[in-house]
Design a protein around this ligand. Structure first.
Ligand SMILES: Nc1ncnc2c1ncn2[C@@H]1O[C@H](COP(=O)(O)OP(=O)(O)OP(=O)(O)O)[C@@H](O)[C@H]1O
Length: 314
């Protein structure tokens, strides 16, 4: 492996299931030491493309490479270089933490001292050494995720693919998970991690890719993607005149997206800068809408995500 060769590469990947074109020509690269955040709403195609990368499914067209090896032509060698953490967790009765990791170490062909070292390392890395003899089904959700991560890294793969690892974790466990992922990148691994929550990943990702309806809409650092996005803001309003009439008027405007209304209060997404917002307010008043409150909020990462996906979230 040379320093600048990507460890993960998706090239024009497609996957069709009957009438569903789940992945439509997705291409991106992840280098050594990089964390790539794969962001998209439910059903966007994240799991499907990750499963193809992990050799659990095959593409309809295109290919993916792990450390330069094709997942379609060389799946056995790919598996040795890749750890996949699925978004579900198998339940094993009467198995403790150490036995569970030991089972996976053995199934990767690790023997003798190599296996003992791999086990000790994975338990130390995930902080599970104190829980070595605890039955798995008695672990908290956060500890189960640590164990799943330990299992994923047991054979020291160069590439780690983590499908929604933060789902269902409490805030503290999320922070701890993020720290572990950053440490994996510091070890030189390429990490692909999915989430439908952009803010969850922004802090630790070197790059993000926004996937929607099987297509990658944007790839780059959070800053690069923010620059590409048109300026927009979230506006909250309180209206004293007829809310139905105000809503109908707002819906007709091209610069207003995503209106939510509860009685006289509205939240809307507005495409435009300060001047465009001032024009919107002036136009509302001129039309006869009585505006009691008008507040706009800075664009958050979540707004950015909604903007990039343009509300086509399924
Ligand atoms: N085996 C399958 N057979 C038929 N359709 C499938 C299959 N697997 C996935 N799909 C469809 O492909 C699309 C993409 O699903 P996928 O699970 O990859 O999305 P996702 O981004 O991972 O979403 P989620 O966050 O819900 O897991 C969905 O429309 C899904 O219903």
């Amino acid at each position: 492996m040379t320093a600048d060769r990507p460890l993960i590469e998706l090239r024009g990947l497609h996957r069709v299931f009957g009438d569903t074109h789940a992945v439509r020509g997705v291409s991106f690269e992840v280098g050594p030491g990089e964390v790539f955040g794969y962001i998209g709403p439910n059903g966007a195609g994240k799991t499907t493309s990750m499963r193809i990368l992990a050799t659990l499914d095959e593409p309809t067209a295109g290919d993916a490479y792990v450390d330069g090896l094709s997942v379609t032509e060389d799946p056995d060698r790919v598996r040795r270089r890749l750890g996949f953490m699925p978004d579900y967790y198998g339940a094993y009765r009467d198995v403790n933490v150490k036995e569970y990791l030991d089972f996976f170490a053995r199934s990767y062909g690790l023997r003798g001292d190599d296996r003992r070292r791999a086990l000790a390392y994975a338990m130390d890395f995930t902080g599970l050494d104190k829980l070595a003899y605890k039955p798995m089904d008695g672990l908290s959700k956060g500890m189960k995720q640590r164990l799943a991560l330990g299992r994923t890294m047991i054979h020291d793969p160069a590439v780690m693919v983590l499908d929604e690892p933060a789902a269902g974790l409490d805030p503290r466990a999320r922070i701890e998970l993020r720290e572990m992922i950053s440490r994996l990148a510091q070890l030189g691994k390429a990490v692909l991690i999915s989430s439908h929550i952009l803010t969850e990943l922004a802090a630790i990702c070197h790059k993000i890719g926004i996937l929607e309806q099987g297509q990658l809409l944007a790839v780059g650092s959070v800053e690069e993607i923010s620059r590409q996005a048109r300026p927009h803001s979230m506006i909250t309003l309180k209206i004293l005149s007829d809310p139905q009439a105000a809503e109908a008027w707002l819906r007709d405007r091209k610069d207003v997206e995503h209106i939510e209304q509860v009685e006289q209060r509205f939240t809307l997404r507005h495409a435009g800068d300060d001047a465009a917002r001032a024009d919107l307010l002036a136009a509302m008043v001129e039309y006869g809408i009585r505006v009691a409150e008008f507040r706009s909020q800075e664009t958050s990462l979540e707004d950015l995500f909604l903007h990039v996906t343009e509300g086509r979230v399924q």
